[in-house]
Design a protein around this ligand. Structure first.
Ligand SMILES: *Cc1c(COP(=O)(O)O)cnc(C)c1O
Length: 457
């Protein structure tokens, strides 16, 4: 571009009358185009640059495309973590996604009783199936498991003490820490025992007039090994009930299905916690349950009624779309025989190694030609479940690994694709774990942006 004292710019009126401008207006609307054109002209004016009309419109088109693009985009999760919190955790089964979309587009019977034409209860859409699967007396659902813990503590223990073992004062991903959540919910934390060992006498001596509940927290993302002791749930329930107190348990992921059926390690099940005497259990909807973000609370009818009567329940309640999706996912759980084919989270966790290897080999041979100057291999790797479920469990998997190039730069170029491809860098290689990549998705991954022709920009 020329830079001189007599630089020339086209006028806004002239620009907007060009056919290219009319196309932009048809696509983005008049106001946004006008605003973007003015911004581009202002840039050139500030730089005293002569520019022709078509160039301004091309720049405007680029700016509008970037501005109007959704920032939450579909991506390829090749991190090897199946339930990746930052990538949105569980993938919904088709039935659940369709139920959610339908609820979003139409009026629904969310809180409407068709029998008598009066107000109904939104929890009714999931209560029955949860009672059937778990044998729980009653159930309620809220925004997420963090909200479930807040609601339980605020309802049962506002201004009173809740006794928790020091070995269970967990932090999940920085923003959820048991002591902080307790404080915000208005309950006072009464820590007992030590990091590695807590005994029944620790709970017994702590119980007093200020105690409102005993709480167990599942050590979701770490393990304590070696010289350890914890009070078994049944025993803790006895201690609580003898003192006339409820036992509440935050299960974190919680699995409604027994994962041993698929040769995965056992994850604590809400059914077991209730059978052992827990009075209320809370767990997430979008971890091993494989559903939408939600916090499920199961347990004694009288306690669930108290939760529902708390004004906070209204603030923490679920919306109709996620409720519809959750109900669909729970219906799948009522048939465990077919669950591993129908629930994406479980089918990814139980995916046969050969099928992952097959995708990895295909992807490697395609990428070999497109990422020049680097070495592309297929290697064994280990996937993780993620989201604090079974933190010590690693699942054998296969990855495409790329080395011999600027890995940070390559990872950036892959993230900047229209459908971002997200892997991880370790041991001087970029790892693309193929567990969560279906064969049918490969062409979509490869036929986009700079990958189509090869050679990063
Ligand atoms: C994940 C987790 C939570 C938080 O659940 P969200 O559904 O993410 O709110 C709370 N407690 C435990 C033990 C967890 O593992």
């Amino acid at each position: 571009m020329d830079e001189d004292q007599n630089f020339r710019l086209p006028s806004v009126d002239v620009l907007l009358r060009l056919p290219e401008a009319r196309e932009l207006i048809a696509r983005f609307g008049r106001e946004p185009v006008l605003k973007a054109v003015r911004e581009k002209l202002a840039d050139h004016r500030a730089r005293r640059q002569t520019v022709v009309a078509t160039a301004v419109l091309e720049e405007t088109a680029g700016a509008l495309a970037t501005r109007m693009a959704a920032s939450q985009r579909r991506a390829f999760n090749l991190t090897g973590t199946v339930l990746h919190t930052n990538l949105g955790r569980a993938l919904l089964p088709r039935e659940a996604a369709e139920a959610a979309a339908e609820a979003l587009r139409s009026p629904t019977t969310l809180e409407f009783d068709l029998k008598n034409g009066r107000r109904g209860e939104r929890d009714d859409h999931v209560r029955g199936v949860l009672q059937e699967i778990t044998g729980a007396e009653d159930a309620t659902v809220v925004n997420n498991n963090a909200a479930a813990v807040v609601l339980v503590l605020n309802t049962l223990a506002l201004g009173k003490e809740v006794i928790v073992s020091r070995g269970e004062l967990i932090e999940i991903g920085g923003s959820f820490r048991i002591p902080e959540i307790m404080a915000r919910s208005g309950a006072q934390l009464r820590e007992v025992g030590t990091t590695n060992r807590t005994h029944s006498r620790d709970y017994l001596t702590a119980i007093g007039p200020a105690t409102a509940a005993l709480m167990r927290v599942h050590r979701a993302n770490y393990a304590i090994q070696g010289f350890t002791a914890a009070v078994p749930r049944r025993e803790l329930a006895d201690i609580a009930h003898t003192a006339g107190l409820p036992l509440v348990e935050d299960l974190g992921s919680g699995s409604l299905a027994d994962l041993r059926r698929w040769n995965l390690p056992h994850e604590p099940m809400p059914q077991e916690a209730l059978a052992d005497g827990a009075d209320l259990v809370t767990f997430s909807g979008d971890k091993l349950l494989g559903g939408p973000q939600a916090g499920l609370i199961l347990g004694r009818r009288e306690l669930i009624a108290r939760l529902n009567a708390n004004p906070l329940k209204r603030a923490l309640r679920m919306d109709k779309a996620r409720l519809a999706a959750l109900a669909a996912v729970l219906r799948l759980h009522s048939d465990p025989d077919r669950l591993s084919q129908r629930l994406p989270t479980l089918s990814l966790l139980t995916r046969p190694l050969d099928s992952i290897r097959d995708v990895a080999e295909n992807l490697a041979s395609e990428l070999g030609g497109r990422i020049s100057g680097s070495s592309v291999c297929v290697e064994r790797c280990q996937s993780q479940i993620g989201s604090g479920a079974l933190p010590l469990t690693l699942l054998a998997s296969w990855a495409v690994t790329i080395s011999g190039t600027d890995l940070e730069q390559l990872a950036l170029h892959l993230r900047q694709l229209p459908l971002p491809v997200i892997g991880r860098i370790a041991q001087d290689r970029l790892w693309l774990d193929c567990r969560c990549l279906e064969r049918e998705q490969m062409s979509e991954l490869l036929e986009q942006g700079w990958l189509r022709s090869g050679a990063p920009p």
